[in-house]
Design a protein around this ligand. Structure first.
Ligand SMILES: NC(=O)C1=CN([C@@H]2O[C@H](COP(=O)(O)OP(=O)(O)OC[C@H]3O[C@@H](n4cnc5c(N)ncnc54)[C@H](OP(=O)(O)O)[C@@H]3O)[C@@H](O)[C@H]2O)C=CC1
Ligand SMILES: CC(=O)N[C@@H](CCC(=O)OP(=O)(O)O)C(=O)O
Length: 347
């Protein structure tokens, strides 16, 4: 079988490293380019000794220059770059005939004005927003299969949208009552020097941040709105906790009048019973990050509180896995007609 010639742009960061972990042994992938400005000229195993015995470990980092990337024959590029930077490189690679799977936030929103409101600068490529597909595979399989440009969802949004979308589509909950609390490991903030992310600052610390308007609210509310068929505004409170990776999210919302609690479990089963990477824990199942880190799974449990009339949804994923690199590889498998689980069978 011809393997797909693949580039990772921004391969020296945390999501880039997770993509390397998944793609170096993916049966359908030939890794032909990895980029980093700081590491250009060094080989993968020099930068990441953990990959020393992996096939392709001697591949050298190059600069993130679109011509140089295209010259390697790459057919597809994963962009693991900061938002604001990814859009220009995406455009240049699309113009050179590559497909692009962007892990940044640059193409997740349909409305450039909402991007500007939440990201604080004008959208760098508003003309491409119309064709980008929000890459949540369980919700958009046919669109992803046909796409040239994928916007892989954010880590928090994935953990919030996966349990809520089936309930909103079936009109089981009141969207105005949704409250989501998430806790994330520190790798969610990227591999960068930042005083607040130093070991001593984080390792005995747990705190909320980004309140009341974390930038992920923009895509969460966009996607919830599509499912509900109306504008949706929610409360979302992220927290930083002292683990390397993993996100656990607890979301509550009021059931619509007359909806029996069992309808929640039935809607989740209907949506995800055949999904390769969703594990339903049933009523009372409390999702735990320890069961999902280093995998592409999202675990989802639920409970009903008769005192408040609220459903409680509990989800856990790896922010670098289902929240980023793993989900991007799921999209890659769909685009190239590969087996959905290729490269992702880590337990
Ligand atoms: N970490 C996470 O859990 C998640 C992250 N994401 C998103 O994925 C993207 C990557 O995140 P993450 O891996 O954490 O980030 P990192 O900061 O860990 O890595 C960023 C990468 O981009 C490169 N880079 C940085 N600035 C530029 C630039 N101006 N031009 C070209 N290359 C650049 C860096 O290498 P160098 O500086 O050497 O060029 C590095 O390889 C971000 O958009 C992030 O928001 C999405 C979901 C989850
Ligand atoms: C713990 C932590 O800092 N998490 C990051 C998650 C954001 C992220 O990676 O998301 P994008 O892909 O949308 O940029 C944050 O809150 O900014």
């Amino acid at each position: 079988m011809n393997r797909i010639k693949t580039a990772i742009v921004g391969a020296s960061g945390y999501t880039g490293m997770e993509l390397l972990r998944l793609l170096l042994t993916h049966p359908g992938v030939e890794l032909v380019a990895v980029t980093s400005r700081a590491e250009a000229g060094k080989s993968l195993d020099e930068v990441f000794p953990r990959f020393t015995k992996a096939p392709g470990a001697r591949l050298e980092f190059i600069l993130p220059d679109p011509d140089a990337i295209a010259a390697t024959g790459a057919q597809v590029a994963f962009l693991a770059l900061p938002h604001g930077v990814a859009a220009d490189i995406a455009r240049a690679l699309l113009e050179r005939g590559l497909k692009v799977i962007d892990l940044s936030a640059d193409f997740r929103l349909r409305d450039a004005a909402v991007y500007e409101e939440f990201y604080g600068h004008a959208h760098p490529a508003p003309d491409l927003l119309g064709e980008a597909v929000y890459g949540l595979p369980e919700a958009r399989t046919p669109e992803i299969q046909a796409a040239r440009l994928i916007a892989a969802p954010g880590c928090y949004p994935t953990s919030i949208l996966m349990p809520l979308l089936p309930l909103l589509r079936e009109n089981l909950i009141d969207p105005a009552t949704i409250v989501a609390n998430s806790m994330s490991g520190v790798s969610g903030a990227g591999r960068k020097a930042d005083l607040t992310l130093l070991y001593v600052e984080c390792n005995e610390s747990a705190r909320a941040y980004g309140v009341p308007k974390h930038r992920h609210l923009s895509e969460i509310e966009q996607e919830l709105g599509f499912a509900a068929g109306e504008n949706v505004t929610i409360s979302f409170i992220p927290h930083l906790i002292p683990v390397n990776s993993g996100i656990v999210t607890t979301t509550t919302a009021k059931l619509r009048d007359g909806v029996p609690p069992e309808a929640i479990g039935a809607a989740l089963e209907k949506a995800y019973q055949d999904a390769d990477f969703v594990r339903l824990l049933g009523r009372g199942g409390c999702a735990d990050t320890k069961n999902v880190t280093r995998t592409n799974f999202i675990d989802i449990g639920w409970q009903h509180d008769p005192r408040t009339g609220r459903v409680i949804l509990m989800s856990a994923e790896d922010n670098l896995g289902k929240g980023a690199g793993g989900q991007a590889v799921q999209c890659f498998n769909l685009i190239f007609g590969l087996s959905p689980t290729d490269g992702l069978q880590n337990f």
